[in-house]
Design a protein around this ligand. Structure first.
Ligand code: SAM
Length: 274
């Protein structure tokens, strides 16, 4: 029974769990807050949830209390294994994977239908997200992820906004994206320097599928975002044996346009017109 466990604050004290900054550790110890984050992933019933970086288990407990079918928690810091084992025993629905989430094939480790719900470590969160949105076939039904506010804004940005770039184009090619809630730094233990936000990604009915090519193209476009597209894509066109002007015309993209003003669909046309 989860309600028989020590509180999260007591758990941290009992196990002497000081946050390790090198692992991006900032904890959420208020179960009301973690339950409200878990509820953003509703419905959880019937879904298997992967949680990267459970730490002392605040969000883990919330996911179980909100009805997840099962939770796979992936943690590299061994200090958290004993309190996570306590949650596993009390719930009977938690499996703890010891190791680096970047090296785990979640689709293999967890049955479908899957969601990923996590308060991600800041240093590797963006890399994990890009891996998950570009993996094909898509293996998740929903992503509910906490990032630094600045990263959340980059995921959800629209053309013309300063935060718009490669991350927005890749994510919005496969999912609708929204910032569901902002979480001020003071609600974490210890408080990080910046505020955070939870982003919800729901899969599009017709996602773009040429994601490897899109990854390379957006790298070329946004590597030099201030340049006009005809300049930023020149080396790419050469590498791919494309006549730049013809290619841009086929894609319906103005040579003088700047990448940060182009809608996501323009990047898809550029990939398709190669
Ligand atoms: N979910 C907890 C919470 O909200 O209180 C902790 C979140 S803390 C921001 C990030 C957690 O990710 C830490 O527990 C850290 O040890 C873990 N972590 C960092 N890098 C990781 C990786 N590559 N794979 C798995 N876990 C990782």
């Amino acid at each position: 029974m989860l309600d028989k466990l020590p509180t999260l604050t007591e758990t941290v004290a009992i196990h002497g769990l000081r946050a390790d900054k090198s692992l991006g550790q900032h904890f959420l110890l208020d179960l009301n807050l973690t339950r409200s984050i878990a509820r953003l992933a509703k419905p959880l019933a019937g879904h298997h949830v992967a949680e990267v970086g459970p730490g002392p288990g605040g969000l883990t407990r919330a996911l179980l209390l909100e009805g997840a079918e099962s939770v796979l928690a992936i943690e590299m810091d061994a200090r958290f294994f004993p309190p996570l084992d306590d949650i596993a025993r009390a719930s009977g629905k938690l499996t703890v994977h010891h190791g680096d989430a970047l090296r785990l094939d979640i689709a293999e480790a967890l049955p479908a239908p899957r969601k990923i719900v996590s308060n991600l470590p800041y240093n590797v969160g963006t890399k994990m997200l890009v891996d998950w949105v570009t993996t094909q076939p898509r293996f998740w039904e929903q992503l509910v992820l906490m990032f630094q506010l600045e990263v959340a804004e980059r995921i959800c940005a629209q053309p013309g906004e300063s935060a718009y770039g490669r991350l927005a184009v890749l994510c919005q090619s496969v999912a609708s994206t929204r910032i569901a809630v902002e979480v001020p730094a003071r609600l974490f233990t210890p408080p990080p320097k910046v505020d955070s936000a939870v982003v919800v990604l729901d899969p599009l009915e017709q996602p773009f599928t040429e994601l490897k090519a899109l990854g390379e193209l957006t790298q070329a476009c946004f590597g030099q975002r201030r340049k006009m597209i005809r300049a930023s894509l020149k080396p790419y066109a050469k590498r791919h044996d494309l006549t730049l002007a013809d290619w841009l015309e086929r894609a319906g993209v103005e040579p003088t346009a700047r990448p940060e003003t182009l809608p996501v669909s323009a990047f898809h046309r550029l990939v398709e017109a190669r």
